[in-house]
Design a protein around this ligand. Sequence first.
Ligand code: GDP
Length: 304
Amino acid sequence: MKVVALAGGTGSAKLLRGLQAEIDEFTVVSNVGDNFWNHGLYVCPDIDIAVYTLAGTSDVAKGWGLRGDTFNVLAQLGKLGEETWFNLGDMDLATQIFRTEQLSKGRRLGDITTMLCDRLRVRQKVLPCTDDRLETYIDTHLGPMHLQDFWVKNHGEPEVTGVEYRGSETARAEYRVITAIEEADRVIFCPANPVTSILPILAVDGVKRALSSTKARRVAVSPIIGDAPVSGPAGKMLKAIGAGTDSSSVAGLYRGLVDVMVLDAADETRRRDIERHGIRAVSSSILMNDFESERRVARQALVA
Ligand code: GDP
């Protein structure tokens, strides 16, 4: 079975770990809207969390970065008077140095990510949704700011009035992404912030078309249990784009692109609303708080 997983960061990583325990090979199409330049380096947090997770080296407890990493370089940058609000560990910086050097040689982000996977012995394919610049900007009462400025530097505190995917008018899909979706048997929308992780992927030219025409079964695992996301700022952002903060509202955003949504058993009452979007609902336990639950949710996503 050919499986493609559309993925963001922390929530998605849990499902990817579960998937890897169930099947050997699959392709991850990663969000790039959170990529940004920091200390002269091109940082791609969602790509890296997928790669580190699949390499078995991620810091599972933190949900980002590498297990056992230290922060000496960042501390020294602080002494030099530089900003240190984005936590990049010493080992993590090696990835950013590697990527930035390859970019300076003219290589594309997708090819560099493949090199990274090969060198870290990751058997699965991780592809950025695009090689082009596509950045998620959050419109706030302080003005528009990059997602990292909003979420990490400003702790997600500013009032959100809207979201923009800068560059989406011209971003073209990474050259393997469309074929991967078209030839897949199953496309899984990982549980992820719909606004900052999945919609930027869908904003890339050709991705929605490929999702509409693929013969694959398209399954979304809801990132929401009850009336609130399991974690992170998804609620605030869903409200800002005029959507509700429940599973059926997320189903509405994926309408026409998803066949089945896996929702939590606690949300049985939303079934009818989800099915109104033409999406079949399957209820299960979708909270992933250990390896066993990650495997269980991954199995659901593979059979739903
Ligand atoms: P971010 O870039 O770190 O925000 O990461 P993601 O876009 O992957 O996603 C965070 C989303 O995953 C949030 O909306 C969470 O509600 C969701 N999430 C986190 N943990 C879980 C979980 O255990 N189960 C489910 N179903 N969703 C989760």
